[in-house]
Design a protein around this ligand. Structure first.
Ligand code: NDP
Length: 309
């Protein structure tokens, strides 16, 4: 079985930064790219808040550049994802999708987080037929048509702004009577005439023959003026947050009450030698630069851990 000093699981900013730092420290590493090589940033448009790019940079390009940098300094970047991992043995043993196994003296978990869904049966029924959690991936299919975006955070505003350039109308379905998004993002939404914010409104179901044709809505649910109504849309975009990708850990790593990996500022988990970086351990900041920073910290802690052995 192949053995590495450091197995890095995930290829977002946290994973690549960890790979760059460990490789430059002379620590043999393997980075497994996972199901979505490059992570969440590959599905966004221009990133204007990652320092070093005065004109902004496309998310996909930023991740390609991180990958190229990691490879150039000696990281072993590979496709594949970890199906299961045994953290009760030393070295740890990771089992990959194809069945191959890798032994690792240390592990950096940088598996990020995935989009959340409302849990409606119709979301599954219309999967790939109007339901999406990525406007930049799928918005193109709804050019000049009306769409709905669920959520009132920064992601929802960003997705709505993006879709407003392509679609005839964008309905934001916000369950409260205010947006949670930052003032800057709210301003961006307010500037678009074709974005309509429906406050106190939740989606109860979807309808349509062979694809989404509309959403069943409830406004002011539980109040005297509660009312049900439908809107006609072809696309239904979820932007209600993310859940950390921890399923493969099978309960071996302590999580916090929200399901994120419980890791301190030093990225250490409850298992010595296992570190967590990026969104999988960050319910608060969830920014590319914050993920990169924690990837750096994880790599430095790996170096210290190995030196102590
Ligand atoms: P948030 O958790 O900030 O917002 C989620 C939104 O979805 C909220 O409006 C929430 O409503 C709503 N929501 C959650 N569950 C449901 C549900 N079951 N039904 C209806 N609505 C629901 O997530 P984001 O993904 O928007 O942002 C995550 C983090 O990433 C934030 O820190 C954000 O600032 C950051 N971010 C920054 C960006 C930027 O700076 N350019 C871009 C994108 C994200 P409620 O308010 O009622 O809870």
């Amino acid at each position: 079985m192949e053995t590495t000093k450091c197995l890095i699981i995930g290829s977002g900013p946290a994973g690549y930064t960890a790979a760059i730092y460990t490789a430059r420290a002379g620590i043999a590493n393997i980075l497994l790219e996972g199901l979505q090589p490059g992570g969440q940033l590959t599905t966004t448009t221009t990133i204007e808040n990652f320092p070093g790019f005065p004109d902004g940079i496309e998310g996909f390009q930023l991740m390609e550049q991180m990958k190229a940098q990691a490879i150039r300094v000696g990281a072993d970047v590979r496709p594949g994802y970890v199906k299961a991992i045994d953290l009760t043995v030393r070295p740890f043993v990771a089992t990959l999708d194809g069945g191959a196994q890798i032994q690792a003296h240390t592990v950096i978990i940088a598996t990020g987080a995935s989009a959340r869904y409302l849990g409606l049966d119709d979301e599954k029924r219309y999967a790939g037929q109007g339901v999406s959690a990525c406007a930049t991936c799928d918005g193109f299919f709804y050019r000049k048509q009306a769409v709905a975006v669920v959520g009132g955070g920064d992601t929802a505003c960003e997705e709505a702004s993006y879709l407003s350039n392509l679609c005839s109308d964008v309905y934001m379905l916000v369950r409260k009577d205010y947006l949670r998004a930052s003032a800057a993002m709210q301003q961006r939404v307010a500037e678009r005439d074709n974005i309509h914010i429906l406050y106190n409104t939740v989606a109860e179901g979807l309808f349509g023959e062979g694809g989404v044709e509309g959403v069943h809505l409830v406004t002011n649910k539980g109040r005297d003026d509660e009312h049900r109504h439908d809107i006609a849309v072809k696309g239904f975009f979820l932007a209600i947050g993310h859940q950390p990708n921890t399923g493969f850990l099978d309960g071996q790593i302590a999580l916090d009450e929200q399901g994120y990996i419980a890791a301190g500022i030093d990225t250490a988990t409850n298992v010595p030698g296992v570190f967590a970086a990026g969104d999988v351990a960050d319910p608060h900041y969830r920014q590319a630069i914050a993920a990169a920073g924690s990837g750096c910290r994880a790599a430095l802690e790996v170096e210290r851990f190995l030196a102590r052995q």
